[in-house]
Design a protein around this ligand. Structure first.
Ligand code: F6P
Length: 494
């Protein structure tokens, strides 16, 4: 790639103004003028409210960030992405994850329907057959267990859906996820699983990921040794590489395509979401897709000032780049979001963990934060001490759901009180070097639609932040060296 001669975003007047504003806020820390946004810092969409009242981001600085976003043409880049333009320039690809969830993909990008339509129809047919008891094993047994074999983007999205919405699934089904090459997941699964009642989904866009291929071949050997069962009755592949799937023994008829224009970490909206569609049932999965599409419409239509994903992105850029907060702590106050962090970590850190512009020019500013956290209530009894009295600068997002545990309303109320108290406590300082900037994301309810909307909002926040930083959020060249070295070590070992 030819050297990028475009001026770095950090040379713009909008950027320099923000550097000055951030310096003033840091100077005023601990003074009476302790600068925060204060009331009127909310933006809502699709049953989700983002509240930046406690964030160390003044209304003036927010305005300056919105000017920067305009100067960085985030609206033009957003529209180009939705229109199917080549926005992933290093791989010369579109990024059309939104078409996977669109009611009618053709409305978005002519021709994309040819890929999305058949894939979605196949997923629906399989899910409906399973839930109708029509999906049978070779011996005629009803299928009860779904095993997904995949890692990273071929694991996290489906795992989050199944965990967060699992209470909506019929009780007779179980879903299992096998990701790392450790072998323990495979071992424990083989101890409890009846192969006659199981379907296996080998999920890998490239079908070259060593962890997934190792787990798949071990499980297929176990499967073939356990009982005289036919692979076509029990094994499916989700991949952009049907030929490699055939080499593993999975017939083309059992392969669902992963289009090249969707990145792994954005892919659960398509065939990579098959384990979730099977486990939850098509209506629930379809609702989730619709939630994502509703957020797409908001992101496409709402002005920057009232655009929830853009607001998330601006807070992310502000804290990571201007206020020099090295990390973003996501603390979820609903156990149904226990898997949210892993999904959000890959999304942000694999997308924006970059130190060169799209054109290959080294940046002179911080990009993606380290994303960490987990279940907030548990975090209170582990790492909140550091957040309260440590020496670090912390950007903290608390996610709450107004209707947490229905079975035990008293627990839901107690949890809400904890979250409210912690938002206040975390935004107070006890002197010392560290400080926190606290944001809140409130979901009216956690159902398939709102989860879809939440995940789409985070996706758009990640791509919007990337466009402000001038980096490419759709590739992950940094992961290749480790894979290459592991393959070399493996080949030298045999
Ligand atoms: O190594 C990182 C990565 O390529 C991710 O981007 C991807 O989600 C994951 O590995 C799995 O890749 P695949 O779906 O091709 O097996």
């Amino acid at each position: 790639m030819t050297a990028d001669t475009n001026p770095l975003p950090s040379t713009s007047p909008e950027w320099k103004r923000l550097v000055a504003m951030a310096a003033e806020i840091q100077r005023e820390l601990g003074s009476d003028r302790d600068l925060r946004h204060g009331p009127g810092a909310s933006v809502s969409a699709c049953g989700i409210e983002f509240d930046g009242e406690l964030a160390r981001l003044t209304p003036e600085a927010l305005g300056a960030l919105q000017s920067l976003a305009r100067a960085r043409n985030v609206e033009r880049q957003r529209d180009a992405m939705f229109a199917g333009s080549i926005v992933n320039r290093s791989e010369q690809r579109s990024a059309l994850h939104s078409a996977l969830r669109a009611e009618d993909p053709t409305q978005r990008v002519p021709g994309v329907e040819r890929q999305v339509g058949p894939m979605r129809d196949r997923m629906r047919a399989l899910a409906e057959a399973l839930h109708a008891g029509a999906m049978r094993g070779s011996d005629g047994d009803v299928i009860t267990d779904i095993v997904n074999i995949g890692i990273g983007g071929s694991d996290f999205g489906s795992r989050l859906l199944c965990d967060a919405l699992g209470d909506l699934a019929p009780v007779r089904f179980r879903v299992h996820f096998v990701s790392g090459v450790d072998g323990l997941q495979v071992e424990r699964l083989c101890r409890s699983l009846d192969p006659r009642r199981a379907v296996f989904i080998v999920s890998s866009k490239s079908f070259s990921t060593v962890e997934t291929l190792t787990n798949a071949s071990t499980l297929m050997q176990w499967f073939s040794a356990s009982a005289p069962l036919r692979v076509p009755d029990h094994w499916f592949a989700v991949t952009g590489n049907a030929r490699a799937a055939a080499q593993l023994g999975i017939p083309e008829a059992n392969v669902l395509d992963v289009p090249e224009w969707v990145g792994g970490r954005f892919s659960a909206w398509g065939s990579v979401g098959l384990p979730a569609a099977l486990f939850l049932g098509w209506p629930v999965y379809r609702e989730w897709l619709s939630g994502g599409t509703a957020m797409d419409e908001h992101h496409r239509q709402a002005p920057l000032e009232q655009n929830l994903p853009v607001r998330l992105a601006l807070h992310n850029v502000w804290h990571s780049t201007f206020l020099d907060c090295p990390s973003q702590c996501i603390a979820s106050y609903d156990n149904r979001l226990a898997e949210f962090l892993s999904w959000a970590q890959q999304l942000e850190m694999e997308s924006n963990g970059k130190s060169v512009t799209e054109g290959g020019r080294p940046v002179d500013y911080a990009t993606a934060p380290i994303v960490w956290g987990g279940l907030g209530n548990d975090g209170q009894h582990t790492y909140y001490q550091l957040l309260r009295q440590g020496t670090r600068r912390n950007a903290i997002t608390l996610i709450t759901v107004d209707t947490a545990s229905r079975a035990y309303p008293a627990h839901a109320t107690a949890l809400a009180h904890q979250a409210q108290a912690q938002a206040e406590a975390l935004s107070k300082r006890d002197g010392g070097a560290g400080y926190n900037s606290v944001m809140r994301l409130r979901l009216r309810d956690l159902d398939p639609r709102s989860l879809g909307a939440l995940m789409a909002a985070f996706e758009h926040a990640t791509t919007t932040a990337a466009w402000i930083w001038g980096i490419n959020p759709f590739d992950q060249p940094g992961v290749e060296l480790g894979k290459k070295l592991a393959a070399q070590i493996q080949s030298q070992a045999v």
